[in-house]
Design a protein. Structure first.
Length: 407
């Protein structure tokens, strides 16, 4: 398997019996790995993603200098280029055809899946997120931006795409800890309904809204988006579509269409893949995001088209999330002792593996972020994109400009 995978770079592997072998073309930094438990070799061959992840977390192999970033970068870069060996293909095919069952997310299951990740201790997220608790891709307009600046830039960019005017009603699907809802209400004068299935997120978001004095403008609800019955001028969703599941894509966009008022605009921001449809890593599914999946553009677009919405703008963010994750990991590593005190050492190894593996997936594994701007009619948004890059004071269109664009 390693001879097939390792086509570039250098992996030096010492097996449990003391035998050392090198794989790759001998270029670049040498990544040295020592097997401590011989059973991990069988686990990796049978289920590579799960075996590698669990092996690291459990200490079944050791990376020299704990160079996890170098190891995962080497592995993901080569896996993306070489693909898995022939004997892994049948299992990959069976996983692909079984994903509709694995990603079947009715309301009760969706709530359970959300709780697995987002109802962890709020103190954990304080260790690595920005002060606004933005748990999604930041937008680095300049490479020297701080994480806080890049997250603010992300919210501004999305607000511009939504073409919000004071008094408009907005639905925030998957509102997290309330940062986007508060920004749209406080800075753009919107009236926002935010929905989440996480009890931890709901509690903090509600508290933040009260502290900001926005209780009359922001309504945070502990509910599924499918249970919302109102209609809205704008609909935004950031980092939630990855949890919808393939069997529910048309259902999701049908609800967006039905809840979006005539002339309304929606912005759906989510992680996707630059390659064709695939499956979620076994390790990510088991330990991080049960029921989660990052779709190919073709999968999302197919659902949009069948539900009668018009894609009025489609933007692809490439390395922005890699840089976001790099910031998160640096902050997490700086607070590693606090993380161990909150949970334990095994959990911190798992979380560090998750952050670094995710960063490498964006750098080398073909993961990107898609932003779909959707409307009912082709003339519901301006005909050119210059409104996104106007001066801040001129970002919002006047009613006359919006009418002229539609005509």
């Amino acid at each position: 398997m390693l001879r097939h995978l390792m086509r570039s770079g250098t992996l030096e592997l010492t097996y449990a019996d003391g035998t050392t072998r090198r794989y790759g073309d001998g270029t670049g930094e040498v990544v040295r790995v020592t097997v401590r438990d011989p059973e991990v070799v069988r686990k990796i061959v049978l289920k590579p993603d799960l075996g590698v992840g669990e092996g690291y977390v459990d200490g079944d192999y050791e990376i020299a200098d704990d160079n996890l970033r170098g190891f995962l970068g080497l592995a993901i870069r080569n896996q993306t280029g070489s693909g898995m060996p022939w004997f892994e293909k049948p299992r990959e095919v069976s996983r692909f055809f079984g994903r509709r069952f694995a990603q079947f997310n009715p309301v009760a299951k969706a709530r359970s899946n959300v709780a697995h990740h987002y109802d962890l201790s709020g103190e954990l997220y304080d260790l690595f997120l920005d002060t606004d608790r933005q748990y999604s891709c930041a937008y680095f307009e300049r490479p020297d931006m701080t994480l806080e600046e890049a997250q603010e830039a992300k919210k501004r960019h999305i607000a511009k795409k939504l073409l919000i005017e004071p008094g408009m009603t907005v639905l925030d699907i998957g509102c997290g800890w309330g940062g986007m809802a508060i920004t749209l209400a406080r800075d753009f004068g919107a009236k926002v309904v935010g929905v989440t299935l996480s009890t931890e997120q709901y509690a903090l978001a509600t508290k933040r809204v009260k502290e900001a004095g926005l209780e009359g403008q922001v309504d945070i609800r502990l509910t599924d988006y499918r249970d919302v019955r109102e209609s809205f001028d704008r609909i935004v969703s950031v980092g939630m579509f990855e949890h919808v599941g393939v069997p529910h894509y048309r259902e999701y966009f049908r609800h967006v269409r039905e809840m979006l008022k005539p002339k309304g605009v929606s912005l759906i921001h989510f992680i996707g893949r630059a390659q064709p449809a695939g499956t979620t890593s076994d390790w990510i599914t088991k330990y991080i995001f049960p029921g989660g999946y990052c779709p190919a553009m073709s999968e999302a677009s197919n659902a949009v088209e069948h539900e009668g919405l018009v894609v009025t703008d489609l933007e692809v963010w490439r390395l922005h999330y890699a840089e976001t994750l790099k910031h998160w990991c640096a902050r997490f590593e700086a607070n590693i002792d606090k993380a161990i005190a909150l949970y334990d050492e095994r959990f911190t190894r798992m979380w560090r593996f998750y952050l670094i593996a995710s960063e490498m997936a964006f750098r080398h594994g073909g993961q990107v972020v898609f932003q779909y701007q959707l409307a009912h009619e082709v003339g519901d948004v301006p005909l050119t994109r210059d409104y996104l890059y106007r001066d801040e004071s001129k970002a919002a269109l006047t009613s006359d400009e919006h009418r002229m664009a539609a005509e």
